[in-house]
Design a protein around this ligand. Sequence first.
Ligand SMILES: Cc1cc2nc3c(=O)[nH]c(=O)nc-3n(C[C@H](O)[C@H](O)[C@H](O)COP(=O)(O)O)c2cc1C
Length: 300
Amino acid sequence: MASMSVKLFGKNLRNPVMNASGTLGYGEEIEPLWGIENLGAYVTKGLSLNPHNGNPTPRVWEERQGLINSIGLQNVGVDRFFNEYFPLFKKKKTPIIVNFFGFTEEEYVACARRIKPDNLIIALEMNLSCPNVKQGGISFGKDPEMVYKIVKEVKAVTRIPIIAKLTPEVRNLREIAGAAYDAGVDGFTLLNTMPSLVVDIEKCSVPIRGGLSGPVLRPIALKAVYEIFSSLHVPILGSGGIMNYSDALSFIMAGACAVQVGTATFVDPYTIPKIIQELKNYLEQLRCPRISDLTGVAHG
Ligand SMILES: Cc1cc2nc3c(=O)[nH]c(=O)nc-3n(C[C@H](O)[C@H](O)[C@H](O)COP(=O)(O)O)c2cc1C
């Protein structure tokens, strides 16, 4: 029997497939369909120190090769997540990665400080695509100095491993990743959505501005994974347009030790369990003993 398990920050995950943050609610929504315990790890919706209402509608927009979302980081707040939703993950012994954000450095730090270490918490995933309201709204993840500073500050207040989730909207991704690495980051999620907008030609207006995800993002995210894998030696989680098992495999071969599936779940809510099963079949057909042996093999 081929092994699907992967090790991340010293903890064993039953497989390398996760949901992408914000695309599987708080976990309980998927319970009637296939059960969160099937995930390698569940990634939370982006959590903040205080709850957020998010943006007015429309919040999602279907594109030809993707999806634009403008949810506006709506969430119940970090305390309510741990009081109300975490017990389900405890009951089902499902590891989690806590995605979190802030609009100031202080908010990031306060949120990270609030999360108590637990055997089931694999890592904290910092969403660095947020605007820094004290610096004119530029996203934290676009400026290497801000990235260095915020990662360093967050690392100082927690012993849980920190993953930096990077935005594709940068001139030099290696420089940004390098700044996070120098500040002591433990891993990367590559990539977040790409800022975009839609024009309604009948109404001469812009109905939505938001983050573009889905297949259109995949080759860009793959390049990011491939490049960062060859320069920085920390675990990488691949995210961007993974629709099926071959997309997932391409991220693993490019250098990801695990993958996150987002937009595909909106097309077919069974995509994640299908990918897990098909990856297993692939390993068995290939007589490959471990999925973890495939990380980075595209580098030759
Ligand atoms: C509806 C929706 C909500 C999202 N919310 C978050 C979020 O709260 N935090 C975050 O870091 N990324 C968020 N993302 C980005 C995804 O986690 C993922 O990185 C991105 O969509 C690319 O993967 P995909 O093409 O498989 O969807 C969201 C994406 C979508 C579509």
